[in-house]
Design a protein around this ligand. Structure first.
Ligand code: TXA
Ligand code: MG
Length: 356
């Protein structure tokens, strides 16, 4: 396998994708190639989900451990039964409510799904993305499309085509540039093969919305370190989304957290360390005048906006070359739970609780 592909970029209108461009991309998929494409959450790195060799290329291009399974993207609900068996009734209810949309269901895998897609597990993760480019690509390819986020392993997920190129130029065949992805954090992943169902990853569909159809849903956020050998659940690696500078999440009441951030900025600056803060808009006045590189996340009261900006903000702040990044804990209300999850992973678990 070569890492010296010339990666083509084709611009596509996210609200009316040109069928000719989609047909070109679909041909690459059918030929076993790799195509990065926008979904409503983040860009995916797509390959024919039924082709073991194409799936193997995804792991190679990303540098992803073979132990971490990949989501199969389908264009409509009936294809769920092509990939999965013994699908519980609640899966169809969830699909009716949330598909197309940022919800991934883990169900029992049929033999047609290559084992490497599921990292050897008896299950398969499936979702219908809510993006016209993704849906058109799947339909034109005529096969389910395997797609993890289109970043190098442990880098922030890509929400723009430029992020994909930063990580994967020369390693994949094609990028469909459909502009920034609307949601900005990845899908919620729910395992329906266990009773009660388990939320494996908080994401674009909130826990509150899921509980309406899955009242027994449990969520045990387990973050495993890279050293944790016998990883029982995939995708729980703590070192995920990591920016190049260490990140620290500062939890606690807002005033206490801001006071702690101010103090840490001043002491780090005193030691000639350059500090960056991922800041909520309403916190900017408190941070004004500090020797700090600010990158704004939007308002803490608008988690949709924060989610939309989050991964781009992580990439932007690391490009400033700071030695340390601080961010205030966004809380866990609604979409903030997914935002916090990504931040804690980016921080490799470094959370400090500011005391008043
Ligand atoms: O929004 C998204 O889900 C994006 C877009 C491209 O669809 N995709 C994405 O893929 O985030 P990835 O590979 O970065 O994350 C997929 C998550 C991982 O945590 C993986 O461990 C989990 O889903 N997963 C996939 N298949 C699974 C399975 N069979 N059992 C348990 N977890 C699974
Ligand atoms: Mg990912």
């Amino acid at each position: 396998m070569t890492t010296h592909l010339s990666t083509r970029v084709l611009t596509v209108d996210p609200s009316a994708p040109d069928p000719q461009i989609i047909a070109e991309a679909a041909a690459v998929i059918r030929a076993g190639g790799l195509v990065a494409f926008p979904t409503e959450t983040v860009y995916g790195l797509g390959a024919n989900a039924l082709d073991e060799h194409a799936v193997a290329r995804i792991f190679y291009a990303k540098g992803r451990p073979a132990t971490d399974p990949i989501i199969a993207h389908i264009a409509d609900v009936p294809h769920l039964d092509v990939l999965a068996r013994d699908v519980p009734q609640v899966a169809y209810a969830l699909a009716r409510r949330f598909w197309p949309g940022p919800l991934t269901l883990v169900v029992w895998r049929r033999p047609v799904v290559p084992a490497n897609l599921s990292a050897g597990r008896a299950t398969v993760a499936v979702r219908v993305p809510d993006h016209l480019v993704a849906l058109a690509l799947i339909a034109a390819a005529g096969v389910p499309i395997a797609a993890p986020s289109a970043n190098r392993f442990s880098r922030p997920s890509p929400t723009m085509a430029a992020h994909v190129l930063d990580d994967l130029a020369g390693r994949i065949d094609l990028v469909l540039d459909g502009g920034p992805t609307p949601v900005g954090v990845e899908s919620s992943v729910v395992d329906l093969t266990v009773d009660p169902p388990v939320l494996l990853r908080p994401g674009g569909v909130t826990v509150g919305a899921l509980l309406e159809l899955l009242p027994g849903l449990t969520f045990a956020p387990r973050y495993l370190t890279a050293e944790d050998e016998a990883a029982p659940a995939p995708g729980m690696l703590l070192r995920h989304y990591a920016p190049n500078a260490p990140l620290i999440v500062v939890a606690g009441k807002r005033e206490a957290a801001l006071a702690r951030i101010r103090a840490d900025v001043l002491s780090a600056a005193g030691a000639s360390r350059r500090v960056g803060v991922l800041a909520f808009d309403e916190d900017a006045p408190v941070l004004a005048g500090l020797p700090v590189q600010l990158v704004m996340l939007g308002s803490a009261t608008d988690p949709e906006q924060v989610a939309h900006r989050l991964f781009a903000a992580l990439r932007e702040i690391e490009r400033t070359g700071v030695d340390l990044i601080l961010v205030r804990d966004p809380g866990e209300e609604g979409l903030s739970l997914a935002i916090r999850d990504r931040l804690v992973r980016a921080a490799e678990g470094r959370v400090i609780i500011a005391e008043p």
